[in-house]
Write a protein that binds this ligand. Structure first.
Ligand code: CA
Ligand code: CA
Length: 205
């Protein structure tokens, strides 16, 4: 049991030599040596170098969800635009569009896959059926007034429409259409949406 020097009046004011009187006192305030410092730097450096690729990959991939969500939003918007179009036997401008019971009953223009008589998405004569969008594409996203949408110039769209079998509907009848909207964007992002549209109202242009 070490004893306090006679001159000490408080424990905090005196340093007790635990090894006993006369033994060399240990300097507890000693810092780290140069060798220890170098080893610390080497170990920490190796650890950071090992983790760096993980951070780089995480940072690079962090932008992907935004691009994919944007591409998906574009695809959903175009799909909704196509889905809302009629699927009639006759072109809506045909005199018999509201009465024909098949394509044969059209006065002049039956609806066929693709555009009729110069139809386009942006002006007269404008797309007026789902099948008119077959083969449509655009570089940079534009609305139906042909106005570019800000911030979407690096996204592209292509649309395919084809007769398809759906439940009891046969592909040969042409009463069901498979719509495929493909959107490509930055970083090789591609989003493909498929949707079906039936001819449930053949005389409702
Ligand atoms: Ca048409
Ligand atoms: Ca057409």
């Amino acid at each position: 049991m070490p004893t306090l020097p006679a001159t000490c009046t408080a424990l905090s004011a005196c340093r007790v030599n635990a090894a006993g009187p006369g033994a060399p006192a240990r300097d507890r305030s000693r810092g780290i040596s140069l060798v220890e410092l170098v080893m610390f730097i080497v170990i920490v450096g190796a650890a950071i170098a090992g983790m760096l690729p993980v951070f780089i990959q995480a940072t690079a991939a962090s932008a992907d969800p935004m691009i994919r969500r944007q591409a998906l939003a574009v695809a959903e918007s175009l799909m909704a635009e196509v889905m809302l179009m009629p699927v009639t036997f006759c072109d809506p401008d045909d005199d018999n569009a509201e009465t024909a019971t098949s394509s044969v009953g059209c006065a002049t223009t039956a609806e066929a896959l693709g555009v009729e008589a110069g139809e386009n998405r942006y002006g007269t004569p404008q797309f007026d059926n789902v099948n008119d969008y077959n083969g449509f594409s655009m570089s940079g996203i534009k609305d139906i007034t042909n106005t570019a949408v800000t911030g979407l110039s690096n996204y592209n769209v292509s649309i395919a429409v084809a007769a398809a079998a759906l439940g009891s509907i046969t592909a040969g009848s042409g009463d069901a259409l498979l719509i495929t909207v493909t959107v490509t964007g930055p970083s090789s992002t591609t989003v493909v949406l498929d949707g079906y549209r039936s001819r449930h109202a053949p005389n409702s242009p």
